[in-house]
Design a protein around this ligand. Structure first.
Ligand code: PMP
Length: 401
């Protein structure tokens, strides 16, 4: 007789529904040569210098543990990058490290997980955007807390005005994601500053998930002393005291499988996250950390302009039929389901799937099912084919269902 796992498994596991994206993966695996517009990772190879640095590290026997906070050279490079980008104290120096702690993490997901574990317990709340990156609400649940969804429709901006009514005395943090998944929407600097001002006034932490920071198209960037950059609450004066910035390597350099990210922020929080990491992840993969040092010298501008071109293709083709908020970054558009599909993202998803095109229905990312996510992390030819199918689908009247 087998063990009774329904009794053995934790309440935590019973509470968690499997990710809706998994269902889409399983479905698309049954199709022959689908036009897959559901992909959440870039379609370009890791820059050669970065590959070489990682393979050299393996060949040269750098295969042991690193410090929990990361290989020193990478951690220092991340700290210097943040200092240069935001004008924060430089966490790679003894003086700067008192004010800003930087740590390499096991993916951006690993950083988010440690943050939730460090901040949340029973009854604690974190405010997350809706639509959201799928892990946000579940990680809060795993940590024992609750994710309070901030409805950001129709423009997908998580503004201070939308967040303020949700803050209670149980709120620990507000989690901002700009450029956002699934919408690609980028907050302006002013909107970021207003959100930070609200968080400061109410004594809660602002977490900024900036995994797509380098994937900000020129029209969404703003001018700073450091050049044209993606807006961030981290750019506000004194933000190192009350913003935790989370960034990643996977999307920017095409190495999602390397599981590398980093955090920068107040030592009082980051040191606790490191403690949790010591007893769980231990460290991110050492040779890949050594590879990631080379990313800081990689020029990704060619990739960015290619993605901007595809973004324009998507907006131009779909806005004839549907309400499309122009993505300022990332590689997704979150499109409203047209009225002939009953404004249902699932109906569009199913009709597209019958025509061999894989999208993701909005309810995977949201309490609502009014939209669908289209990823343009696929080559122009496939994207064009997919857009042709959607063009036809939206122009015609689909079979009653
Ligand atoms: N945050 C957002 C907004 C994302 O879209 C993703 C990945 N899709 C992650 C975090 C997790 O990234 P990583 O692979 O670095 O864990």
């Amino acid at each position: 007789m087998g063990l009774d796992f329904s009794r053995l498994l934790s309440e935590r596991c019973h509470q968690l529904a499997p990710s809706g994206i998994r269902r889409i993966f399983e479905l698309s695996a049954t199709l022959t040569d689908p036009i897959n517009l559901s992909i959440g990772q870039p379609d370009f190879p890791v820059p050669d210098a970065v590959k070489r640095a990682a393979t050299d590290a393996i060949e040269n026997d750098h295969n042991g543990y690193s410090m929990t906070t990361g290989v020193m050279a990478l951690r220092n490079r991340c700290a210097q990058h943040i200092a240069q980008d935001f004008g924060w104290p430089d966490g790679s120096t003894v003086a700067g490290a008192k004010d800003v702690a930087v740590a390499v993490t096991t993916g951006t997901s690993g950083a988010l997980f440690l943050m939730n574990m460090a901040l949340l317990g029973a009854g604690d709340e974190i405010i997350v955007p809706d639509p959201y990156f799928v892990a946000y609400p579940h990680q809060a649940t795993i940590a024992g807390g609750t994710a309070i969804r901030c409805d950001t429709y129709p423009d997908f901006k998580m503004t201070a005005a939308k967040v303020e009514p949700l803050i209670t005395n149980r709120t620990k943090a507000v989690l901002l994601n700009s450029p956002g998944n699934p919408s690609g929407v980028v907050m302006t600097q002013r909107e970021c500053d207003e959100l930070l001002e609200l968080c400061r006034r109410r004594g809660v932490l602002l977490i900024s998930d900036e995994i797509y920071d380098e994937f900000a198209y020129d029209d969404a960037r703003e001018d700073y002393a450091q050049g044209r950059r993606c807006p961030s609450p981290g750019r506000a004066p004194g933000a190192h005291e009350d913003v935790l910035v989370i960034r990643g390597f996977g999307k920017t350099y095409g190495c999602t499988g390397w599981r590398l990210g980093y955090v920068a922020g107040p030592p009082a929080l980051v040191n606790e996250m490191n403690k949790l990491s010591q007893f769980s992840y231990v460290c991110a993969p050492t040779p890949l950390q050594l590879g990631a040092i080379a990313t800081f010298d990689a020029d990704m501008s060619g990739v960015l302009s290619e993605y901007a071109f595809r973004r324009d293709m998507v907006v131009k083709r779909l806005s004839k039929h549907a309400n499309v908020i122009r993505p300022g970054g990332a590689f997704y558009a979150f499109v409203e389901a047209p009225p002939q599909f009953g404004h249902s993202g699932t109906q569009v998803f199913e009709a597209a799937l019958e025509r061999n095109v894989v999208l993701i229905p909005g309810n995977v990312f949201s309490d609502r099912d009014t939209h669908f996510r289209l990823s343009f992390a696929t080559d122009r030819q496939k994207l064009e084919q997919g857009l042709n199918v959607l063009d036809e689908l939206f122009a015609g009247t689909p079979a009653a269902r």
